[in-house]
Structure formats: C-alpha cells, structure tokens
Design a binder for this molecule. Sequence first.
Ligand code: CA
Length: 228
Amino acid sequence: MNSNILLVEDEPGLVLTLTDRLRSEGYSVESLYDGSEAVERATRDHFGLIILDVMLPGKGGFEICQELRERGFTTPILMLTARTQMTDKVKGLKIGADDYLTKPFEMAELLARVEALLRRGSRTGSDGPDFYDFGPLRIDMRHSEVFRNGAPASLSTKEFQLLRYLIEHRGKTLTRDELLKDVWGYSSAPSTRTVDVHVAWLRQKLEDDPKQPKYIITVHGQGYKFSS
Ligand code: CA
C-alpha cells in the first residue's frame, strides 16, 4: 500500500495537527499551503492519497481536483471544506473527488476515511499516477504508451519496462547491474551492454537531441538516471 499522503491545506494549525497525527499512524505526509503548485506536485510523485482543502490561495481545491482527473490521475482525493452546503459536496464528488469531510471534523473520522481510501487505492492498483508528463513527453502507465509532442512513440515492451523503471526511480542513479536485475531479471542474464543499447534506443525515441539527453542521463562511472 502506498502510504504517502499529499496534504494541500492553508491553515497552519490544521496542517500541523494533521501532519503529526498522520505521521504517528505511520503515513508519510507532505504538505503544500498554496494550491498553485498542487497539480504539478501531485503528478510528479507517487501519492497514495491527496487531502485537498477547497478554499486555498493560488488555486482552489475543486479546480485542482478537476485538473488531476482531466489529466487521467486516479489517485484517491479526500476533500476538506469549511463550508457545509450540500452543493459543495455534490460538486466535489461530481468532479472526481472520492470522499468529502466538512470542517471541523473529528480526527478519528478523518483517519477512518484516509485508511479506507488508501486501501481502496491499493486494491484498484492506482498506486501511482496513470500518466506522467515530462516536457514534450506523456507516458501512459496504464496502457504502456508514450507520446512525444502528442504523437505516439513506438516502444518495444522491454524499452517501456526500462522507461517505467527509470521513471519510478527518477532522480536516483541506477547501476547497469541493478537495471539488468530488475528490468531483465536474472534468468536471461544478458550483458550490461544490453542496458546501454536499450538506453540508446529510448533516447532516439524520446529525446530532442539523443546526444544531449535531457531525461535519460548518463552518470559517468555509475549508471543512468531519469531526470525530471
Ligand atoms: Ca482553506
């Protein structure tokens, strides 16, 4: 189960209380006070749940929720609001929020919702986002498809598996041996040259200039890294 939670809330007191409590329950929590970065943040990392306040500076919770859903993200969203009108609840659920809690709420109530949503998320396999967007690239994880400037890039199964692995470990340097073990598996035992060849193919298909790659970076003497 992915127990990383993104909390988008602008009340410092509530952020502190929620963060402390959720962490003490074993979740990892990242918080944002401003709504304007929420979509980018939510789409760049693997969150099991997004707790989203409706009234936010920068960009409102409804707008954030709608944008995420329009971009294909299925990460569960729990919306928080100070308002009690039913119209908010209906609106939130209509644009794709999974659950809704009206402030003030009991911590036990919030924890129960969080647990239920995380469990639901892990059951449906929506552990990570369905799509990743990196500059001109869109990677559709569910359908194993890649688009560059909107046009489909034709990747072999192995190329896509390698790309997926690099993206899921983005920012981290991965050695050729690690990639061989985790992407190819021990049984086939190809040489580390296989990794280099597949990286070169991926760069041809994805990078603007394969000789000056922006995404699949060589870390000299160590391996490769996906840079987002
Ligand atoms: Ca607020």
